[in-house]
Ligand binder design. Structure first.
Ligand code: TYM
Length: 335
């Protein structure tokens, strides 16, 4: 069977990269796969979160899932901390993963910064919890943006080593090796302020990202201020090379319109940014405002609905994970 698992951290500033690189793809898998979409609150606290904001941000991600079009009746939307198998399996997998593997994780190096001694232990073993998220459901496919690729390779290594280490007690092929699904033209949306850095929730500049809370004016303003160079758009896609800011905006236009980058260039090649940026802003508003509007409506007026979705999702997630975790206990030799 095909089972999809993915997650988004409730750390605020949910942005266009999260939508185009991940959430929109989650929506597309619903007809063909059984899907679990998680709000990974336990991952969020690897960096300290204000408790009130964590709760609000958890509802925000759940609302984004629903507003984007994930059907919570057919598929499972829940928050990680409600299903104990994530933490329990993570412990076992912490004992399977090797320190050397974690030392190679580039995201840890980026997030921990210069003073690595001061990073939380949770931040260091973050990828192991992520492996547990996926393997707790024996998920086969994981839709993510490009930046999660290394973490998924680690999840595969952990699954493989568990299967080998416990081959004698039933480990052989117990965990499927999860396949990353890195799909579409926007697997790495870049910052609007610096086309060489990825768009991120933690960038101090609000102008670096379009968030799912921005209204039409904010979207237009941020696109107008987006960093570009003085040249008009090139006549060919190859002409975007070395022009990170321009390349990023063309990529965003492509992703939002469903056109290829070449088709976008066919339409706007040779035109000035003064023409292209307003067209992009209009497209972004057209595509995003139904989603952001519905998110806002749910968060302002229908919080109890969001909470009910999360509660029922947690029950259903637990019903899948608990028997798998029982088997893991036996395989490991816990009585
Ligand atoms: P997070 O919360 O940082 O991001 C959520 C999703 O958005 C994608 N993404 C992007 N895609 C394109 N361009 C960008 N600029 C951009 N920024 C973020 C991410 O790749 C991700 O798919 N570790 C994960 C959460 C997680 C998870 C999991 C994912 C926890 N457990 C299990 C899959 C399976 C994370 O931090 O995502």
């Amino acid at each position: 069977t095909n089972r999809v698992f993915s997650g988004v951290q409730p750390t605020g500033n949910l942005h266009l990269g999260n939508y185009l690189g991940a959430i929109r793809n989650f929506v597309g898998l619903q007809d063909t796969h059984e899907c679990l979409y998680c709000v990974v609150d336990m991952h969020a606290i690897t960096v300290w979160q204000d408790p009130k904001e964590l709760a609000a941000n958890t509802r925000e991600v759940a609302a984004a899932y629903i507003a984007a079009g994930i059907d919570p009746k057919k598929h499972v939307i829940f928050n990680q901390s409600k299903v104990p198998a994530h933490a329990e399996l993570a412990w076992i997998l912490n004992c399977v993963a090797r320190i050397g593997w974690l030392n190679r994780m580039t995201q840890f190096k980026d997030k921990a910064g210069k003073d690595r001694e001061k990073a939380s232990v949770g931040l260091y073993s973050y990828p192991v919890l992520m492996a547990a998220d996926i393997l707790a459901y024996r998920a086969t496919h994981v839709p993510v943006g490009e930046d999660q690729k290394q973490h998924l390779e680690l999840a595969r290594d952990v699954a493989q080593k568990f299967n080998n280490d416990y081959a004698e007690t039933g480990g052989t092929d117990f965990f499927p090796l999860p396949e990353p699904l890195i799909m579409g033209p926007a697997t790495r949306v870049m910052s609007l302020r610096d086309g060489t850095k990825k768009m991120s929730k933690s960038d101090p500049s609000d102008y670096s990202r379009i968030t799912l809370k921005d209204d039409a004016d904010a979207i237009a303003l941020k696109i107008r201020k987006a960093q570009t160079d003085p040249e008009p758009l090139p006549e060919t896609v190859e002409g975007l090379e070395g022009r990170a800011g321009a390349d990023n905006l063309v990529g965003i236009y492509a992703a939002l319109s469903g056109l290829s980058k070449a088709e976008v260039i066919a339409k706007f090649g040779g035109r000035q940014f003064g023409v292209f940026k307003p067209a992009l802003a209009e497209l972004a508003v057209e595509k995003l405002s139904p989603i952001t509007g519905e998110m806002k409506r749910m968060l302002d007026q229908d919080r109890s609905y969001i909470d009910a979705v999360l509660a029922s999702g947690a029950e259903r997630a637990n019903a899948i994970a608990a028997p798998i975790y029982s088997r893991v206990r036996e395989i490991v030799g816990f009585i």
